[in-house]
Design a protein around this ligand. Structure first.
Ligand SMILES: O=C(O)C[C@H](O)C(=O)O
Length: 507
């Protein structure tokens, strides 16, 4: 007998799931992060985890996005062969209608991050469609759906290699993870796909991330097969690298490693690795023809009792409205600052346009001399908000524009993750600084933004140049005027400490 799956039920269920995951972390992630917080010995990493946990609870209470990057929607559908979809729209169109409805929800509008024509005009589709859809036909009369909203920063760090059959997967992972830096917002998960063909390995890596964090249970009962033993080995060895939360050096870089495999050709060993960031977002539901599925809200008392507040004693107060080059020069890597006053924003598209305009000798819409820029693409505000969640984007992508911006008289930059050699050198040459905010604490960070207006490139939407008025906006000096770089130094210190003192990452 055929089961009719109404398109309206699928739309409603997808929209509900996407709204749900925008503000509720999966509880397995929260539990694992809570344990990582308790065990963390590195003060900087502990502070970052505290911000992520506090942010998570605020989002669960306020029903606003965990991260300003509300993701690219990725959907895995297992379609029972005895089911039929009502209506005349394709499955892609039906799911995208659910995406549209979720992202344009008036009470919790999510950020539209999807650009059409990616190689050329990169036009924002304005409703976060289309999703990336994977469908598998399976026996039965049910439809199971995994919905994820994958952050761009973590997706950017995906790795793939066609290995020789005798190559070591462990060696490759341990070589790749340090290269991934902190732009994927650790602590998170690694998804690994082994075997099949090139595209199959990548798909397996992504699909593996749909599973719950269970490294604690796995370690407690011991591995039952080679894949489970490999998961444990990778978990321990990756954490021993000392990268830590946000790349600040510490015990917890990953909370789990997931692996899926598939038979492969005798000549091949394709391996893919995709990290999942601190804004881990995925949900799962099954349709059986009886109506839409609404997910059950978690209980707020399941969140660890962590309530991060800016440390007004330990952190230095900085007035951005009177900031001088001399003051920037006095900051040392690792210093904690609370920014107050006005700062500009700008990210990928704005930097590209600034470069094109400068190349053509055109006047910029905004004067950067004496200013600080924040790399961010905020969520639109709802209700009384000045701005929606507005955490930092990966600064490393702006490295190639850093010297150009500093030449304009910019004093300092705020973002997340490490700066590469070119940006660090430009910062040293200009005696500037790069300040780091915590990725994955976007709603918490947005509380420090008291005013917001667009001052340039309005057509770029979330990528426009805004002027924010901030109060006690928390940052850490990640690269100082001497070019000392926290993301290079701290993981080395923690790697050594972990090895010497035999420190263990909780699972
Ligand atoms: O697009 C963003 O806001 C952030 C991005 O996910 C990133 O991590 O760099």
């Amino acid at each position: 007998m055929t089961t009719l799956i109404r398109d309206t039920d699928l739309i409603e269920s997808v929209a509900d799931a996407l709204q749900f995951i925008s503000y509720y972390h999966p509880m397995d992630y929260i539990r694992a992060l809570g344990e990582a917080y308790e065990a963390e010995k590195s003060p900087a990493a502990k502070d970052a985890i505290a911000q992520i946990l506090t942010n998570s609870r605020m989002c669960a209470e306020g029903h606003r996005p965990i991260c300003q990057d509300t993701g690219i929607v990725t959907v895995f559908v297992k379609w029972g062969q005895d089911c039929r979809l009502s209506g005349d729209r394709s499955l892609q169109d039906v799911i995208d209608e659910g995406v549209r409805r979720a992202y344009l929800h008036p009470e919790n509008k999510l950020r539209a991050s999807i650009l059409a024509d990616p190689a050329f005009t990169r036009r924002n589709t304005r409703d976060n469609t289309p999703s990336v859809l994977h469908v598998e036909m399976v026996p039965g009369n049910k439809v199971t759906v995994d919905v994820a909203a994958k952050g761009g920063g973590s997706e950017n760090k995906s790795k793939f290699k066609m290995m020789n059959p005798s190559d070591s997967i462990v060696d490759w992972v341990l070589e790749m993870v340090p290269q991934m830096g902190a732009g994927w917002c650790p602590p998170g998960m690694l998804g690994i796909g082994i075997g099949g063909t090139a595209e199959k390995a990548v798909l397996l890596a992504k699909e593996s991330l749909m599973g719950a964090i269970d490294m604690g249970q796995l370690k407690a009962r011991g591995p039952r097969n080679d894949i489970e033993a490999l998961r444990i080995e990778l978990f321990d060895k990756v954490n021993a690298l000392g990268i830590g939360a946000q790349g600040l050096g510490g015990l917890s870089t990953i909370l789990d490693v997931k692996i899926l495999d598939w038979p492969t050709h005798a000549a091949s060993k394709p391996v893919a690795m995709i990290p999942n960031c601190a804004a881990t977002r995925h949900a799962h539901f099954t349709l059986d023809g009886s109506g839409p599925v609404y997910l059950e809200a978690p209980k707020l008392d399941e969140w660890p009792k962590v309530d991060w507040k800016p440390d007004l004693q330990a952190a230095k107060r900085v007035d951005l409205n009177t900031l001088t080059a001399e003051e920037v020069k006095s900051w040392k890597h690792g210093d904690r600052l609370l920014l107050n006053g006005k700062m500009l924003t700008g990210r990928d598209a704005a930097h590209k346009r600034i470069k094109d305009m400068l190349d053509r000798g055109e006047e910029l819409p905004v004067e950067f001399k004496g200013r600080v820029i924040y790399y961010v693409g905020p969520v639109d505000p709802v209700g009384e908000e000045v701005v929606g969640p507005a955490g930092p984007t990966t600064a490393t992508r702006m490295d190639k524009f850093t010297r150009m911006m500093l030449d304009q008289g910019l004093l300092a930059m705020v973002g997340k993750a490490e700066r590469g050699p070119a940006a660090t050198e430009a910062i040293r040459d200009h005696q500037s600084a790069y300040l780091m905010a915590v990725g994955g604490a976007a709603y918490l960070v947005a509380r420090a933004i008291k005013g917001s207006k667009v001052v340039g490139f309005e057509d770029l939407g979330m990528e426009a140049i805004y002027e924010f008025d901030v109060e006690n906006f928390p940052v850490t000096v990640a690269v100082d005027s001497e070019g000392q770089n926290v993301h290079t130094l701290a993981p080395l210190v923690w790697r050594e400490k972990i090895a010497k003192e035999g420190l263990l990452t909780p699972a």
